[in-house]
Write a protein that binds this ligand. Sequence first.
Ligand SMILES: [Fe+2]
Ligand SMILES: [Fe+2]
Length: 395
Amino acid sequence: MYMEADVQDGVKGSSKKNVLLLGKGMLVTSENQIRRLKEAGLNEVTIDTSKGKDVAGGQVVAAPVKIKMPKKVTPAGGRETFFKDEIKMARQIRGASVKVVKDFMHNVATGGSIDTEKVNLASKTLTGSVFRNVDALLSLTALKNYSEHTYTHSVNVCVLTLAIGFAAGVSEEDAAVIGVGGLLHDIGKAKIPLSILDKPGPLTEDERKVIQSHPLFSEEILKKMGNIPEAAIAIAGQHHEKVNGSGYPRGLTGDQMHPFASMAAVADVYDALTSPRPYKPGLPPHIALRVVFDGKGTEFSSKVVETFITSLGIYPVGSFVKLNTEEMGVVVEVNPEDPLRPKVGVVFTRFGKQRKSPFVVDLLKEHKEGNPDARSIAGADDPRKYGINVEDYIG
Ligand SMILES: [Fe+2]
Ligand SMILES: [Fe+2]
């Protein structure tokens, strides 16, 4: 397409006012050029139909025509900001929160001074990010830290529980309470010797009892602080309870559990299953989701499991998937409006050759463009079979 007239970025108040984007007679040949025009906020341009490929038989056709451009896109429902804008902030918030938990646990273990204000602030910051774009922090929960497991696990459980709460429609104020409970749910582990906590083998009966007392320690520590909300203490004390009464430490049933603790119980199991530990590798997300789903109504609240799956998607970030093209890759971003069509970083070509650097394909975009060769997901697999560490591709 040839431009009939100069195209300028004349958006009012813009610092780039009247920047010439394309001059008269310029040839537009690529999707990228059109995308840049859309990004500049232009809804239409005028093209010279006497030139260009789109003229049947190459004849001069009437006056210039206007092409309608699609309206500016907005983030998916329930999200204030785009993933790409929130993810940078989410990375920093997550890093800072891990440090807050680490310092807090260290101080509890060594009798140092306790600053609950820092935890409140971390929780509010995490909550803010979840309410702006839940997918950003959620995608980072696929990152596990082997050597600092307890701290990253605490932040992951916090974010996963917040995501459930957000999807269930809790207020931002309640979410901040959930956040405190999530960050501190395993604080009682500060009282348990590392030799038991990180034991690389099966536990003795006595060791198991010691480990299973950590929710009671968590509860006790938080109660003593005097300024931790009841619901946050309930998360700490009840996150290993099961709705059928088979959990610990008290064997509470679903209706005896605090609703926020029921959310944290699902988040806790999912993160524990997907994290590698000295005695086991981490499970791929689709297998862990299956385990959670199988416990629906017996171990976990049915409603919470449903909300969790809705919120995480069918193929959460970090899933290793095979495409209909035989290519394989890692889910790097979900498309909230279509859980079956996320963005995938293609790692293996259709011939099984590993790419030096993956390229990202947006399955929803390909689908919307109506391309008959649009890629789709054929199934999920275990990345370890292919020597892939998904964490190298996300975050
Ligand atoms: Fe725990
Ligand atoms: Fe935990």
